[in-house]
Design a protein. Structure first.
Length: 73
């Protein structure tokens, strides 16, 4: 590690990016599970609720990630 501030900023960016990837995976699968459950219970096993749930989960993760990464400036 160097004594400049660039190393700290790069480390901070890396940690936030790792959190973004983890958050996207967790929320994407959470949306998939909720959408699949809704599909089984209410929509006669159609595929679109699972896709919509996954899309919502990934969208929320994207928005959170965008907000976190823009706070580095």
């Amino acid at each position: 590690m160097s004594s400049t501030g660039a190393s700290f900023s790069e480390d901070q960016f890396g940690k936030k990016l790792d959190r973004c990837i983890t958050d996207t995976i967790v929320k994407g699968f959470g949306g998939l599970i909720i959408g699949s459950a809704a599909s089984l219970l209410f929509f006669k096993r159609r595929a679109w609720p699972a896709w919509i749930g996954t899309g919502f989960g990934v969208g929320v993760a994207y928005r959170t990630c965008e907000k976190d990464l823009n706070s580095l400036k």
